[in-house]
Design a protein around this ligand. Sequence first.
Ligand code: XIL
Length: 404
Amino acid sequence: MPRAAVVVALSALAGATPAASLAAPRHPSPMTSRASVSLGSALWSGCTGAAYAGPLGLACLVRPYDARYSATFAQSFDRASPENEFKMLWTQPRKGQFDFTTADAIAALAASKHRTVRGHALLYAAANPGWIDKPFFLTPWTRTSLLNTVRTHIYTEVGHFRTKFPGVVTEWDVVNEPFVQSGARDNNVYQRVIGDDWIEQAFRAANEADPNAMLYLNEFDADTPSARQRAVYALASDFVRRGVPIDGIGLEMHVGADGRYPTLAELKNVMAQYAAIGLRVSVTELDVLRPVAGDPVLIQRAAYNTVAQACQESTNCTGVTIWGVADQYSWRGAAQTATLFSGAFTKKRAYDLVRCRLNDPKPLTGAWTPKDCGPVEVTPPNATTQPPGPADGSSAGSDPPGPN
Ligand code: XIL
């Protein structure tokens, strides 16, 4: 949905926030706006994953787009997430030296097609440049020096896009994957040096840098009941209670790595938890691995359908982003057939199902029946048909690999 429409829809509803006892949210809650949901895809700057050849993306600068790649993006998706180019490894490869060349290419492409961008991601330990993880041995980080560096990074990157591409980068993943599977904090340099409040400090800086942007915490494997999901919820509700500026939770949803596919009830329950504390949710990195048994086309289609239906039926779900335009360029590898377009950029039926479910605006008040988007043929394997996960209740999923 265009940004202006969101602002109009939300300001018309100011004061309608159900969670009246909580600290006032940064932006009025979307829970009664019930607009249709945007469908995004990850995007590379000047080439694609398969051709990508190094941390600075130099190969991308000299390779033109496959014309079908940008055409498919422009025809089929409402917004873009830079797959790598907004990460610190790309935007501040050396201390104090910012380089937005490849990031700007994404924003420029999106803007030229009148599309918006999710800024992914400001702080992501798996995409730290070397100088953050291993500072010169005579000058180790102190809390103050690393906090200043984090603030400068956030102000500079958010400020760059706010000034150069006004209205294009409408939301940010401020912090990406701060938890591990046990629900503990990831033991990264921010956690070790700054301490527990590094996430809060990052959100406060992002809010100062762009008070109009939607600020998200984005996490892997936090979409179904697990220790990590509980940790994300605990942090989010603490932020809401104390008035730390946060608008939503990003559910990555790299689905199928553990041979199971989330159920509709699981997903809707997680989304409803955040609705109850006035936060948005967005499915930020959806892809579906090929199942080891059964008909892959039917199972993957059904898994996509489930996620889209959960979003359709949850009033605080504001977007679904597919992690890749087409199978051929998916970070999962083409053989996983994990996206909504085949290697030949042919649309799969799963795309139509997802689009149908997301394009289902709801009335502002009163009864509403979800639009019928047709049957799906199979039920994907879920928790009850798979071996149980670890005893602590966390899911059996494994962390995705870091950058190449
Ligand atoms: C992935 C990219 O898709 C790959 O190209 C890169 O090599 C590694 O990162 N969680 C995230 C994303 O938040 O940024 C990751 O993207 C996938 C897992």
